[in-house]
Design a binder for this molecule. Structure first.
Ligand SMILES: NC(=O)c1ccc[n+]([C@@H]2O[C@H](COP(=O)([O-])OP(=O)(O)OC[C@H]3O[C@@H](n4cnc5c(N)ncnc54)[C@H](OP(=O)(O)O)[C@@H]3O)[C@@H](O)[C@H]2O)c1
Length: 276
C-alpha cells in the first residue's frame, strides 16, 4: 500500500481506528477524518507509535454538518493530489430522535447523507487516481429495514433504534449499489461491509447491561476491521464492485437493497437534500 492515500472516516475509535492501524502497518498514507480534535490526536499518536508509519494525517470534520463536509473536501484537495481508498466507516446509533444542524434525522444524516455527499465530492479525485476503491461500512441491520419514501426522516413513526438505524444503513446499501453502476468502467470500485457485531463505542447510548454484555460476547474491533482492510488492500478484490462482504466473503444483502428503482429515487432525493 506504499504510495496509496486512504481516507478513513471515524478513525479515532473502534473499527475505524483498527482499520487505520491495519492499513498504516502496510505503509499506506492515512488521512483520519475525525470530529473531535483531542480524540483524533490521541488515536493518531497511538497509530504512529504502533505502526511505525509517520504518514498519518488528521483532518477534522463533523459529518453531521454538510458545510463541514464541504470544507473537509476543500482542505483535503489542497493538501493531496490523489485519493486511492475512501472508507466511509463513521457511523452513529442515535437512540433518541435528534436532528443534525441541517435539520435531518441524525442516523440518516451521518450514516447515509454524509457518505453520499463526501463520496460525490471526492469522485473526481477517485477517478483521476484509478484504480481506486470505495468501501462503505454498512450493517446487517439493513436487513431489518424498509424504506418509506414518504417518511425518510422517520418523523411520523416512533423512534425505534434498530428501525431508524437500519433504514440509514439500507439507504447506504442502495446508494452503494447505484454508485457502483454509475462508476462502471471508471476503475473506481464500490463495495459494502458488515463488520460483524464488535465491542466498540457504537452502543454508547445503550444500557449499562447492554454495554457489559457487549464486552463479554462481541468480537474485538480488530476482528471487525478485517474485512474493510481486506477490501482496501487485497489484490484479490481488484476490479470487484457492487458487492456486500461479511468476513471477507461475498454475501447477499436484503432483497430491498437490490431494488434499482428505489436506488435511483433515493439518489435523486439525496442529491436535493445535500444540494449536490
Ligand atoms: N460495532 C458493531 O457491532 C457494528 C456492527 C455493524 C456495523 N457497524 C458500523 O461500523 C462503523 C464503525 O462503528 P464502530 O462500531 O467502530 O463504532 P464507534 O467506536 O462508535 O466508532 C464510530 C466512529 O464514527 C465517528 N462519528 C460518529 N459520528 C460522527 C460525526 N458526526 N462526524 C464524524 N465522525 C463521527 C465516531 O467519532 P466519535 O468518537 O467522535 O464519536 C467514531 O470515530 C459504523 O458505521 C457502524 O454503524 C458496527
Amino acid at each position: 500500500m506504499e504510495d496509496k492515500i486512504c481516507i478513513i472516516t471515524g478513525a479515532n475509535s473502534g473499527i475505524g481506528k483498527a482499520t487505520a492501524l491495519g492499513l498504516a502497518k502496510v505503509n499506506a498514507t492515512i488521512v483520519m477524518l475525525c470530529r473531535n480534535k483531542e480524540a483524533g490526536e490521541i488515536a493518531q499518536k497511538e497509530i504512529i507509535e504502533e505502526s511505525g508509519n509517520k504518514k498519518i494525517d488528521l483532518l477534522l470534520c463533523d459529518l453531521s454538518s454538510q458545510e463541514q463536509i464541504r470544507s473537509f473536501v476543500d482542505e483535503f484537495k489542497q493538501k493531496y493530489q490523489n485519493l486511492n481508498v475512501l472508507i466511509n466507516n463513521a457511523g452513529v446509533m442515535a437512540s433518541k430522535r435528534k436532528l443534525s444542524v441541517d435539520g435531518f434525522e441524525m442516523n440518516f444524516a451521518v450514516n447515509h447523507l454524509a457518505p453520499f455527499l463526501l463520496t460525490n465530492l471526492l469522485l473526481d479525485m477517485l477517478k483521476m487516481s484509478a484504480p481506486s476503491r470505495i468501501i462503505n461500512v454498512s450493517s446487517g441491520a439493513h436487513k431489518m429495514a424498509k424504506i418509506d419514501f414518504d417518511d425518510l426522516q422517520s418523523e411520523n413513526k416512533k423512534h425505534r433504534l434498530f428501525r431508524v438505524y437500519g433504514v440509514s444503513k439500507l439507504a447506504l446499501m442502495l446508494f452503494s449499489y447505484e454508485l457502483s453502476r454509475k462508476l462502471d468502467g471508471t476503475g473506481v470500485t464500490v463495495n459494502t461491509v458488515h463488520p460483524g457485531v464488535a465491542n466498540t463505542n457504537l452502543g454508547r447510548d445503550m444500557s449499562k447491561f447492554g454495554r457489559r454484555f457487549g464486552k463479554l460476547f462481541f468480537k474485538n474491533p480488530e476482528k471487525g476491521a478485517e474485512t474493510s482492510i481486506f477490501l482496501a488492500s487485497s489484490p484479490e478484490v481488484e476490479g470487484i464492485t457492487g458487492k456486500y462482504y461479511i468476513k471477507k466473503q461475498q454475501q447477499e444483502s436484503s432483497n430491498e437493497s437490490y431494488n434499482e428503482d428505489y436506488a435511483k429515487r433515493l439518489w435523486e432525493i439525496s442529491a436535493i437534500l445535500t444540494k449536490l
